[in-house]
Design a protein around this ligand. Structure first.
Ligand SMILES: Cc1cc2nc3c(=O)[nH]c(=O)nc-3n(C[C@H](O)[C@H](O)[C@H](O)COP(=O)(O)OP(=O)(O)OC[C@H]3O[C@@H](n4cnc5c(N)ncnc54)[C@H](O)[C@@H]3O)c2cc1C
Length: 471
């Protein structure tokens, strides 16, 4: 579906906006990394906030959906362009506007790439902690809109914790400035928090003020081969402070995932067993040695006595780890890529349920995990969108909810999981979420079809369970 001539001419005449309708840009920028096809009518780039304000006013007048897009690395259809929509490619708004070492904040445009921000911050002795596997191509705007996490979230938490303020153009056409540059703020309800993780459905983020952490003097990466049968929940519990200090990441690859990654050129990982990938931060060599000795003791308490292999540059370890998805693309092809989290106390139970579901359904299952947060990425070799695939997904996510978990640990809800979010939220949560959407985007022009459960059946039959109502 193309734009009508009146809407098209008006859009093309707006200041600070460049429109493309070339088949190549519609194809490339209409999709993300999920299995969904995109079908936008146009793609626009913008020069700044005033252009975004004009764009939203135009979209409201013509009732044309806008799809905000950063790096397009979403995995569940968060940035897929729906039929007849206009993709707003914000990756060109890529300026690091300010770094303030006293306030320890950076002001950035949304298109700044996570890894590049960290390279620039190194000169100031600072860093932005969330480091998703996609950090070399995902943007701060996308990280904020999905509340992204990474290996370091074990110690530092997700993006939400590091967003101090932002500027966004809401679906109403208004400019919202939420949060503050100050280090603390008691005001709630939290408008800033509403925007974080909202998947571009409430507003287009045009500027972000990020809190930053001091860069540690040293960062050591460690790879620990795991013996068969080790209880992972118990192992993680044995690694939590105060048993360890400076441990900033606890990642896991099962044996198949480790083997696939070991075959990646330049990976330099052992491939014969499941692996734990760890990072230890220290101020100097003496502290590092003491922390390593403590970690080895803690690992032994968790049932692991194999010697860790040292990866001197921890950042390289995370770049290698970020290739897990690509290695599995190569080895497994099309598959269900799940993203769920359970309480740490239920981790082994969740893994057992996963194994049982895969066996009963007759599908191959390969898992990697942000283990320290009991955040799992099961990969199941069954086509997403197929009857079998969606049955497997439903069984898995229902098991996760029964264990007190969440259906989206970090990737988002996108097009895949609105119906599961409905179950996680319960009727009252769902009603409030919809009210927020209506208040911020009354015409429903921002990223429609994503995140919010469809009205079908509406709230009938949705128990007001929420997390407290579950086991
Ligand atoms: C190989 C690989 C590894 C990954 N590893 C991780 C991981 O470890 N942790 C993790 O959390 N995720 C991971 N992801 C998922 C994905 O990279 C993250 O969700 C990331 O935050 C998306 O950023 P992006 O710039 O690509 O956003 P996009 O995919 O472009 O967009 C994501 C969402 O944000 C919205 N959006 C983008 N920019 C804006 C803006 N300026 N204003 C408003 N809304 C906006 C979009 O509409 C969409 O809903 C991985 C993906 C891949 C492909």
């Amino acid at each position: 579906m193309s734009l009508g001539s009146e809407a098209r001419d008006e859009l093309a005449s707006l200041e600070g906006i460049a429109l493309s309708e070339s088949p190549a840009s519609l194809e490339t920028l209409g999709r993300d990394r999920s299995h969904f096809p995109g079908s936008p009518a146009g793609v626009v780039t913008v020069t700044g906030t005033s252009a975004v304000l004009a764009l939203v006013a135009w979209a409201r007048r013509h009732r044309i959906p806008l799809i905000p897009r950063g790096g397009g690395t979403s995995l569940d259809g968060e940035s897929v362009a729906t039929e007849g929509s206009v993709v707003v490619d914000l990756s060109g708004l890529g300026q690091l506007l300010e770094v303030d070492p006293v306030d320890r904040v950076a002001r950035v445009q949304p298109g700044v790439v996570n890894y590049e921000l960290n390279v620039a911050l190194a000169a100031h002795g600072l860093f932005f902690p969330p480091n998703p596997g996609s950090w070399r191509s995902s943007t701060i705007g996308g990280n904020v809109a999905t509340n992204a996490s990474g290996p370091r979230s074990f110690a530092y938490g997700p993006t939400r914790r590091w967003v101090r303020g932002l500027e966004a153009v809401l679906g109403t056409g208004e400019l919202l400035r939420a949060g503050s540059r100050a280090a603390k703020r008691s005001v709630g309800p939290d408008l800033l928090g509403l925007l974080v993780g909202s998947e571009g459905t409430l507003g287009l983020v045009t500027e972000v003020t990020l809190a930053l952490a001091p860069r540690p003097g040293r960062r050591m990466g460690l790879v620990v081969p795991l013996p068969g049968g080790v209880r992972l929940g118990r192992l993680v519990a044995s690694l939590l402070p105060p048993a360890t200090a400076g441990l900033s990441a606890v990642e896991y690859l099962d044996a198949e995932c480790a083997a696939a990654l070991a075959r990646t050129p330049g990976a330099r990982l052992p491939g014969g067993s499941p692996l734990l990938l760890l990072e230890v931060e220290s101020s100097d060599e003496v502290e590092e040695e003491a922390r390593l000795a403590r970690l080895v003791t803690a690992l032994a308490a968790g049932g692991v006595t194999s010697d860790p292999l040292v990866f001197p540059e921890a950042d390289r370890l995370w770049t290698v780890r970020g290739e897990s998805g690509v290695a599995l693309d190569r080895e497994l092809g099309n598959r269900l890529r799940e993203d769920l989290a359970v309480p740490l106390s239920r981790l082994d139970e969740m893994l057992a349920r996963l194994g049982a579901i895969a066996a009963e359904e007759g599908v191959r299952s390969v898992t990697f995990a942000h283990l320290g947060e009991a955040s799992l990425h099961p990969n199941l070799v069954v086509a997403p969108g197929s009857v079998e695939g969606e049955r497997v997904r439903a069984r898995l996510l229902h098991a996760c909810l029964e264990l007190g978990g969440t259906v989206s640990a970090e990737h988002g809800i996108g097009l895949v999981k609105p119906r599961f979010l409905r179950e996680e939220l319960g009727a009252t949560g769902l009603r409030l979420l919809r009210e927020v959407k209506r208040a911020c985007d009354p015409d429903g022009i921002l990223n429609p079809g994503k995140l919010y459960p469809p009205p079908a059946g509406d709230l009938d039959g949705v128990a007001d369970a929420g997390p407290q109502g579950r086991k």
